[in-house]
Design a binder for this molecule. Sequence first.
Ligand code: ZN
Length: 138
Amino acid sequence: MSGGGLDGAAAGLEELAGLINFRVGAWQDFGYAEPPTPDCATIPPLGERSAKAIEAGHEAIKDIDQLIARLHQVRAQLVSELRQDEDIRAARADELLSRSRQMLQPVPCPDHRPVLDSAAGWYCAACGSDAPPARGAR
Ligand SMILES: [Zn+2]
């Protein structure tokens, strides 16, 4: 677990979803659309819901808005972290590649006399190195 914002944004999503489920039940006065037994309550028809049910319905909408906002936060944070992860990996791969290119560079020969080409830079036909001539050499 990192102390980052992702844990904070994702924390309590299940609880919030559970609360919404509960409030939707309360909006329906905890009745059944199709009661499993005759003693089970049915959902009161619209226009006949209790004051408590109406209140629960309004609360459910607030909680749904909150959940949507939180989900957007979690999504944005995830997208950002995935991008950063990708950038770090790409930078690391670039570094490895340039390091291995450097290691593959031919070592300048003892009699190093590279020719300077205006487009390609230094090149020594003897060793294949593009290292500039040693200081003081002509
Ligand atoms: Zn050379």
